[in-house]
Design a protein around this ligand. Structure first.
Ligand code: SF4
Ligand code: MSK
Length: 666
C-alpha cells in the first residue's frame, strides 16, 4: 500500500515549492526533519553531557527516583539544568542583539554613526523619564547618550536591579522580590546560569529553575525591552501600515533583495538605499525595472512594522524563498538563519551575504556590517544584488499568491487607538473584557516548525481563538504565519471573529490579530499587560489577567526564555510539541503548579492543539471567575458600559496627554 503523503506546510504556496523542490532533488528542512528523528532521551531532557564522565542518559521505568548519572545527578537535576541552559542561551541571544542596539544608540548620540538619527524624540524623552535622566532643555543627542549608557549599565551591573523592573505593576514586583527573581545585570544572570549548571554546582531543581526565571526576566524586562525601545527611538515607533505577505511578494522583473535575521539597523539603511534614484538607475542599467526589498523572519517584522516592507514569511520559508529562483541576494545577520542556505543557493543564482561580525557561514559571501559605515555597506549590498540580477535563470518555483497585511501595532498605538491623542488609554479594552465582549487576550508567538505542518498550528489556533472572542496579539514568526494566511486584516474580524470581538474590532477599526513586531517585541506584550493592570477593573498585577501566551510551533531557545519571562510575569504559557523536560515529573510539576502558585504564570507543553485550546479557555475563564467578571457566553454581553462613557472620559481628561501609564516610560 502506498504510504500516505505527509503535509509539510499548511501554507499551500509553501507546499507547492516543497513539491517542486522534491521533483528537482532539492532537500529542505522539511525532508531533513523527516529523516532526522529526535533522540527520545535528549528530547525529553534526560541526557546530561555537562562533563566528560558522561554523557549520562537517565532512562528506565523508575528513572525519576532511581537513575543517577556517574556523579549521582538525579533526573530532575539534569532536566532542570538542561532547561536553565536553554533559558540562558535564549536570553543571551536577545540581549546581545539588544547590546548592539545600545551601542548603535550611543554611536548615533556621539555622532560616530552619522547615517542614523533619532527618529522618535518623544519616545526618547519618555524612556529618559523612566531611567531618571533629565531631558528638559537638553540637546537630544546628550539625552540619547545618557540613555544609551544607562542601558549599557544593565548588561554589566553586578549588584542592584535592572532599570525596567520598576515598569512592572507593584504587585508583580512584590512577587519577584519575595521569590528572589529580580535580575541584577543581564550578563551576570546568564553567566551565573552557565556556572550553576556546570558539573557539580547547583543540584536543587527548584533552585535551578528559580534562577532560570531570574535570567528570563533579564531578557523580557531587560534585553528585549531595551531593544524594542531603542529600535523605536532610532527608527520610529510603529503605527499601522499596509503591506503584503507570502512568496508572491517577489517580482519577476525587479531585483529581489531579502533581509533575514533579527537586527534592524542594516535593514533600515537598506530601506533607504533601495529608493535612492542612483541605485534605481543602476538597477535599470542591468535590465531590472526596479529594486524590490522583502523580509524574512524577524528582520522582516522590524521593517514591515515601520515601513510596510513586504514579508516572504517566517522561519520555514527561508529555503523556499531561494527556491523560487527569484531572490538575487539575501542578507543574513544573527539568529534563526539555516546554515543550509549557502549550499542551496549554489543551485540557484542567489547570493547569500552574511553581515554580522558574530556570524559567518561557509559558502556565503561576508560583508561585515558596522554602524559607523552603515550607508556604505548597505550600498555595497544593494549593488551586489543588482549585479546578480542578470544572472537569474528560469529555474525555480514561481509563486504569485500574496496576502494583504495590516501591521504596526506598537503598545503606544494600541493605547492611542482606544481614545485618540487626548484620551489614549486601555479603558475600552478592559471594559470589553469586563463586559464579556472579549473573552480574554492571547499572545500568539514563536516560531514555525517543519516537524508539524508548518504554520498550521498558528492558523488553527488563530481562527479558533478569534471565533471564541479572544483578541490575539502576535509576534515573530507567529505573525508571519498569520500574515501569509491572510489573517492580519480587519476583514478577518468580519468573517471569522466571534460577535463580541467583531464589534470591538469594528468600533476601533482593527484586525482581531494585532501584529506587535519581532521576537524581541514580545516585551510589548508585557507593557500592554502592565497598562491593562494600571487601567483598573481587571487584575492589579499581570498575573490573574484573563490572558495566556501560546507558542505552538516553537523551536528556538529564545522561545523558552520568552515562555519563562511570561510565566514569571504572571502569564500562563502553553508551548506546543513534546516537553523538553518531559522526562522529569518533578520539573514538570514545578513549572506548572509551583510557578502558578507563586507567580500566577506557568510554562507547560502540550502537543495536541485541541488541548492547547481547552487549556487556554480554562486559564482565561478561571481568571475571569477569580476577578468576578461576567461569565463569558458567546454573543451575550453585560449591560454595556459603552466603549467610553462620560464619566470615563472626564476621568481620562485629567490624565497627562497621551503618556501611557507604563507605556515606554512608566
Ligand atoms: Fe553525567 Fe554528572 Fe557529568 Fe552530567 S555532570 S555528564 S550527570 S557525570
Ligand atoms: S525569527 S526565534 S523562528 S519566531 Fe524571530 Fe521566528 Fe522563532 Fe526565529
Amino acid at each position: 500500500m502506498e504510504k500516505e503523503k505527509r503535509i509539510k506546510s499548511a501554507n499551500p504556496q509553501a507546499e507547492q515549492i516543497i513539491e517542486w523542490g522534491e521533483a528537482h532533488n532539492l532537500t529542505t528542512c522539511f525532508e531533513r526533519a523527516e529523516k532526522m528523528k529526535p533522540c527520545p532521551i535528549g528530547a525529553s531532557g534526560a541526557c546530561c553531557k555537562h562533563c566528560h564522565m558522561g554523557p549520562c542518559r537517565l532512562v528506565g521505568k523508575n528513572a525519576e527516583e532511581e537513575a543517577r548519572g556517574v556523579c549521582g545527578a538525579t533526573l530532575p537535576t539534569i532536566a532542570a539544568r538542561n532547561l536553565l541552559r536553554m533559558i540562558a542561551a535564549g536570553t543571551a541571544a536577545h540581549s546581545d542583539h539588544s547590546r548592539d542596539m545600545a551601542m548603535t544608540l550611543l554611536a548615533v548620540a556621539t555622532g560616530e554613526a552619522k547615517d542614523f538619527k533619532i527618529t522618535d524624540v518623544k519616545k526618547l524623552y519618555r524612556v529618559a523619564g523612566t531611567l531618571g535622566i533629565e531631558f528638559e532643555g537638553r540637546a537630544v543627542h546628550d539625552v540619547a547618550k545618557d540613555a544609551a549608557l544607562k542601558f549599557l549599565e544593565d548588561f554589566g551591573r553586578q549588584k542592584g536591579e535592572i532599570n525596567y523592573i520598576k515598569r512592572a505593576p507593584e504587585k508583580t514586583q512584590e512577587r519577584w522580590r519575595k521569590w528572589g527573581l529580580v535580575p541584577r545585570g543581564i550578563d551576570r544572570e546568564v553567566v551565573e546560569s552557565m556556572h550553576r549548571t556546570t558539573m557539580g554546582v547547583d543540584h536543587d531543581p527548584d533552585h535551578l529553575l528559580t534562577h532560570g526565571l531570574r535570567t528570563a526576566l533579564a531578557d523580557g524586562w531587560g534585553g528585549s525591552m531595551i531593544s524594542t525601545d531603542i529600535t523605536d527611538i532610532l527608527f520610529g515607533t510603529p503605527m499601522p501600515v499596509k503591506a503584503e505577505a507570502s512568496f508572491g511578494i517577489f517580482k519577476e522583473d525587479e531585483v529581489n533583495l531579502i533581509v533575514h535575521g533579527h537586527e534592524p539597523s542594516l535593514a533600515e539603511m537598506i530601506v533607504d538605499v533601495v529608493s535612492d534614484p542612483k541605485m534605481l538607475e543602476y538597477a535599470r542599467s542591468k535590465g531590472a525595472k526596479g529594486i524590490n526589498l522583502g523580509g524574512m523572519c524577524c528582520t522582516a517584522n522590524e521593517v514591515l512594522m515601520r515601513h510596510g516592507i513586504p514579508t516572504a514569511g517566517g522561519f520555514t520559508n527561508q529555503e523556499l524563498g531561494i527556491m523560487t529562483g527569484l531572490v538575487d541576494a539575501i542578507t543574513v545577520d544573527v539568529q534563526c538563519i539555516m546554515p543550509a542556505l549557502a549550499e542551496l543557493s549554489k543551485k540557484f543564482h542567489t547570493k547569500v551575504i552574511t553581515t554580522s561580525p558574530k556570524a559567518q557561514m561557509p559558502g556565503a559571501i561576508h560583508v561585515e556590517y558596522n554602524e559607523h559605515h552603515a550607508k556604505e555597506i548597505a550600498e555595497k549590498i544593494v549593488r551586489m544584488a543588482i549585479e546578480n540580477f542578470p544572472n537569474r535563470t528560469t529555474l525555480g518555483s514561481h509563486i504569485t499568491d500574496k496576502f494583504p497585511v495590516i501591521a504596526g501595532f506598537s503598545h503606544e498605538y494600541i493605547e492611542y487607538m482606544q481614545g485618540g491623542r487626548w484620551r489614549a488609554s486601555f479603558r475600552p479594552l478592559n471594559d470589553a473584557i469586563m463586559a464579556g465582549r472579549i473573552r480574554g487576550v492571547v499572545g500568539l508567538a514563536g516560531c514555525d516548525n517543519p516537524r508539524v505542518p508548518a504554520t498550521g498550528l498558528h492558523r488553527f489556533l488563530a481562527t479558533e481563538l478569534i471565533k471564541n472572542d479572544v483578541l490575539i496579539v502576535s509576534t515573530g514568526c507567529g505573525s508571519a504565519a498569520c500574515g501569509s494566511a491572510g489573517y492580519l486584516t480587519p476583514e478577518m474580524a468580519l468573517e471569522h471573529a466571534g460577535p463580541g470581538l467583531r464589534e470591538v474590532c469594528e468600533a476601533i477599526g482593527i484586525p482581531p490579530i494585532l501584529h506587535l513586531g519581532s521576537c524581541v517585541d514580545n516585551s510589548r506584550i508585557l507593557t500592554i499587560a502592565t497598562a491593562m493592570a494600571h487601567e483598573g477593573g481587571l487584575s492589579d498585577e499581570i498575573g490573574n489577567m484573563p490572558a495566556v501566551g501560546i507558542a505552538p510551533e516553537w523551536m528556538s531557545e529564545k522561545a523558552i526564555a520568552i515562555g519563562c519571562y511570561f510565566a514569571a510575569s504572571g502569564v500562563p504559557t502553553i508551548f506546543g510539541g513534546e516537553s523538553p523536560i518531559g522526562a522529569s515529573k518533578e520539573v514538570t510539576r514545578i513549572m506548572t503548579d509551583v510557578w502558578f502558585e507563586r507567580f500566577r504564570g506557568c510554562l507547560r507543553f502540550e502537543p495536541d492543539p485541541e488541548k492547547i485550546l481547552a487549556l487556554t479557555y480554562d486559564y482565561i475563564d478561571k481568571a475571569r471567575d477569580r476577578l468576578k467578571l461576567r461569565k463569558y457566553e458567546r454573543g451575550k454581553f453585560a449591560a454595556e458600559r459603552v466603549l467610553m462613557d462620560m464619566a470615563a472620559r472626564r476621568e481620562l481628561e485629567k490624565k497627562p496627554i497621551a503618556v501611557p501609564h507604563v507605556g515606554v516610560g512608566g
